[in-house]
Design a binder for this molecule. Structure first.
Ligand code: NCD
Length: 309
């Protein structure tokens, strides 16, 4: 885990939200602004490999679209557990050593926390963590933070309510960390006990001086929230399905919740959604999740430009 304290400008890998400082985020977001709707050939001749051991729609396709929009090329495998040599018993480390020879950057999604750091330790090209099990998902957090900025002007001073599966939801772990860089941020962690936020995240919030509260009721905090960040209950990570059922039924955003939500607040979700946000919410202008997902392309363009440009 040598790279975790590395500031992004000197960075070879994107493994954790902890690598980013405020200057780096400002630089990245300015690049993203400049790249909106843009296509050029600045990464012509460069190759990005996408190696996905877990399902993905948005993350993989937006990375691929970002690379193609900058003139680069893409190779890769989805369902890498079945369709790569992993099924023959090859270790992640050996696979990464080989893919390093075929591509200039590797975008990796894996089912185990820490997999991206393991990959980075043996890769000879930059590794980007596109989700490592219940660990982190730093590029999603970047587009989430960019979305808060574009929807509300700034992330400074926001009260964000993280809802749903805060235990296994890696996007929450990464976004909470990035938000510690913004003065005045307050957090509510709204989830039943079985999927409440981990002590490790809370320790980092405490160390950063972030005021937070834990509850299992959104109605206790909704009056003062600026951002509701709803998440899918991560069914694939439960060993006890009874816990999954408790979590699944806990918090749902519907028209009634939207009536209680302040006029200027927004609802975000990393997607995919199952039923934790009713489709009746989609038409509400405060439903920001599809705009949020679209921001994935410019953020990943900016990141690839920074890593390879
Ligand atoms: C999330 C993920 O994979 O962690 N999706 C995404 O990348 N946009 C959230 C989820 O799967 O629920």
């Amino acid at each position: 885990m040598v790279m975790l304290a590395t500031p992004l400008r000197k960075l070879e890998h994107v493994i954790s939200s902890e690598q980013f400082d405020r200057a780096c985020l400002d630089d990245l977001f300015a690049r993203a602004d400049a790249l909106a709707g843009h296509r050029d050939t600045r990464l012509a001749g460069r190759i990005m490999a996408t190696l996905f051991y877990e399902p993905s729609t948005r993350t993989r396709l937006s990375f691929e679209s970002a690379m193609l929009r900058l003139g680069g090329a893409v190779v890769g495998t989805e369902a890498a557990r079945e369709f790569s040599s992993a099924i023959k018993g090859e270790t992640l480390e050996d696979t990464i050593r080989m893919v390093s020879a075929y591509a200039d950057v590797i975008v990796l999604r894996h089912d185990q926390a820490g997999a991206a750091a393991r990959a980075a330790a043996v890769a000879s090209v930059p590794v980007v963590n596109a989700g490592d099990g219940p660990g982190e998902h730093p590029t999603q957090a970047l587009l989430d933070l960019y979305t808060i900025g574009s929807e509300r002007g700034t992330a400074e001073g926001v009260h964000i309510a993280f809802c749903g599966d805060l235990r296994f939801g890696r996007t929450v772990h990464s976004l909470a960390q990035l938000l510690t860089l913004y003065p005045g941020v307050r957090m509510s962690f709204v989830a039943p006990e079985v999927v409440q936020i981990g002590a490790d995240v809370l320790a980092r919030m405490t160390a950063a001086g972030i005021p937070f509260r834990l509850t299992d009721r959104l109605d206790e905090v909704i009056d003062s929230v600026d951002v509701v960040y709803q998440t899918r209950v991560q069914k694939e990570r439960f060993t006890d399905l009874a816990d999954f059922e408790v979590a699944r039924r806990a918090i749902r955003i519907d028209a009634e919740v939207m009536r209680a939500l302040p006029e200027q607040a927004i609802v975000m979700h990393p997607l995919p959604r199952v039923d934790e946000i009713a489709t009746e919410v989609d038409a509400d202008p405060r439903a920001a999740y599809f705009r949020q997902a679209r921001n994935g392309v410019v953020i990943r363009m900016a990141l690839l430009d920074l890593l390879l440009g």
